[in-house]
Design a protein around this ligand. Structure first.
Ligand SMILES: [Zn+2]
Length: 235
């Protein structure tokens, strides 16, 4: 028997809501799942023996021993851990440079509440590995692995005015979307589909082959920068 009209209307609400979600221009704020997984799959290979052992010890059981499986986690908890939402990016006042003291804050002006501050913070927490600590180092690791990915998405350090490209509407092939989403998801999706036979692993292998020694000269600078923080962010 069909439900009475008022119940039918109630049943429609979730459907309408779902449709609205699907029709709304995507407003992602982070590499999509694939981006984060690929960043971590590549990074995993470069861990020192000591770091790899610590990662194995800290990973939750659900990760099955693979760091990459937990790398999208920070996006999944950003609405539950409301405070963590501003930690995925940093905004600059329409200038192409980043100043920690000027730019690393949340909308309430709390200092350090940006992606660079988060990387510093979770790196510092992880230094307490092996000692008595009140931090949840499993979460610290999952946050750090995610935010290092985010900070390398060019529009995660962007202009405040256009919300890191979220308000710039563009077409990716025939699909209407926004510039931030193109970087987060569209480029990666299209590349996997068109160049790597729909296989993320093939793309990861290809990216690994393309890693060169460029920037390797910077390592000494990173290791010895003035503030000795993880990110070497100035000021
Ligand atoms: Zn993110």
């Amino acid at each position: 028997m069909a439900p009475p009209p008022h119940q039918r209307a109630l049943l429609l609400f979730p459907l309408i809501f779902l449709l609205l979600l699907l029709l709304a221009p995507p407003r992602a704020d982070a590499w999509g799942k694939e981006g984060h997984i690929m960043v971590c799959k590549i990074a995993e290979k470069y861990l020192s023996e000591k770091a790899a052992a610590a990662v194995q010890a800290l990973l939750p059981e659900s990760a099955g021993g693979e760091l990459s499986t937990v790398c999208p986690w920070a996006d999944e908890v950003r609405w539950h851990y409301h405070w963590s939402s501003p930690l995925h990016y940093a905004n600059t006042p329409q200038v192409c440079n980043f100043k920690y003291s000027r730019d690393c804050h949340n909308s309430r002006g709390e200092k350090g509440m940006c992606v660079v501050g988060a990387i510093n913070n979770y790196t510092e927490q992880l230094y307490s590995y092996g000692q008595k600590t009140s931090y949840n180092l499993t979460e610290s690791l999952m946050f750090l692995a995610h935010f290092v990915g985010d900070v390398h998405q060019p529009l995660h350090v962007g202009y405040e005015e256009d919300e890191g490209g979220n308000t710039i509407i563009v077409h990716w092939y025939r699909r209407k979307t926004n510039l931030h989403h193109v970087w987060d998801v569209s480029i990666i999706d299209t590349a996997i589909k068109d160049f790597y036979n729909r296989s993320m692993d093939t793309m990861v292998e290809a990216l690994k082959m393309n890693l060169t020694g460029g920037w390797s000269d910077d390592i000494t600078h990173w290791e010895n920068c003035k503030n000795k923080w993880a990110t070497c962010a100035n000021e």
